[in-house]
Ligand binder design. Structure first.
Ligand SMILES: Nc1ncnc2c1ncn2[C@@H]1O[C@H](COP(=O)(O)OP(=O)(O)OP(=O)(O)O)[C@@H](O)[C@H]1O
Ligand SMILES: [Mg+2]
Length: 225
């Protein structure tokens, strides 16, 4: 599904040059559940954002299926993201002024083909157990509920790939488990997932784990079954 070859990302400011991604070769097959681990600043979020095309590499190739994403302009990339990817962040990133169901419906913004949008939004909320909070606003929900709403927004468009950056980072143990169980269930149902985490036990729920250090992948291991 994904082929990254020789991906580099350099940030250049007045004085300093930072290499966030040094030389990344990464293949992700359809149906994988991949965990990315490594110390703070090693490039995990940069890699995830590059996979999500919200950050552009300064060198290297990124193929998604048979499409070379380097040739797409911003409009085409936004469409690609809106129809193919689902994002989940540590800080939920819900819009405070919108209700939960309105937030979830944002996940259909690029899906003119979505059919009965209300039914899809309702089904996505149901799947993550927040249907009873549909008319509430984000600040009226617990952290766990907000993250589940964010997952509903990510999955309502039926994405091929979910990108999650520390999805349990702001949650307590019980809510973190609940979010991980939802992600595992989505993967069991066929959605490919790439997740950044600092939690070894959550990484163990993935099928494969890569470890990063200083902008490089230094280890890759499939889960022992
Ligand atoms: N916009 C930016 N400008 C300059 N440097 C940046 C920028 N964004 C990230 N970096 C640098 O790139 C490196 C990788 O950052 P990144 O956010 O990918 O780390 P991370 O592994 O996700 O860390 P954490 O676990 O703390 O989230 C860091 O050294 C960081 O300072
Ligand atoms: Mg990060």
């Amino acid at each position: 599904m994904i082929r990254m070859e020789g991906i580099q990302r350099r940030y250049v400011s007045d004085e300093v040059e930072t290499t966030a991604l040094a030389d990344i070769d990464l293949h992700v097959e359809r149906g994988e559940f991949l965990a990315i681990m490594g110390p703070s600043g090693c490039g995990k979020s940069t890699l995830l954002n590059t996979l999500g095309t919200v950050d552009r590499p300064t060198a290297g190739r990124y193929l998604f299926g048979d499409r070379d994403l380097a040739v797409l302009d911003e409009t085409a990339l936004a469409r690609f993201r809106g129809t193919t990817l689902g994002f989940v962040f540590q800080s939920f990133n819900l819009i405070d002024e919108l209700t939960i169901e309105e937030n979830v419906a944002l996940g259909l913004a690029y899906r003119s083909d979505a059919g009965d949008r209300r039914a899809r939004v309702a089904a996505a909320m149901d799947k993550v157990g927040i249907a009873h909070r549909a008319r509430h606003f984000p600040h009226q929900l617990s952290g766990g509920q907000q993250q589940r709403a964010a997952i509903a927004r990510a999955i309502v468009g039926d994405p091929q790939l979910i990108l999650a950056d520390e999805p349990t980072g702001n949650l307590d143990l019980a809510n973190g488990e609940q979010v991980m169980n939802i992600l595992s269930g989505l993967n069991d149902a066929g959605t490919t997932i790439v997740m950044v985490t600092h939690s070894p036990s959550h990484a163990d729920m993935a099928k494969r784990r890569i470890d990063m250090l200083d902008g490089r992948i230094v280890a890759s291991a499939a889960r022992a079954i």
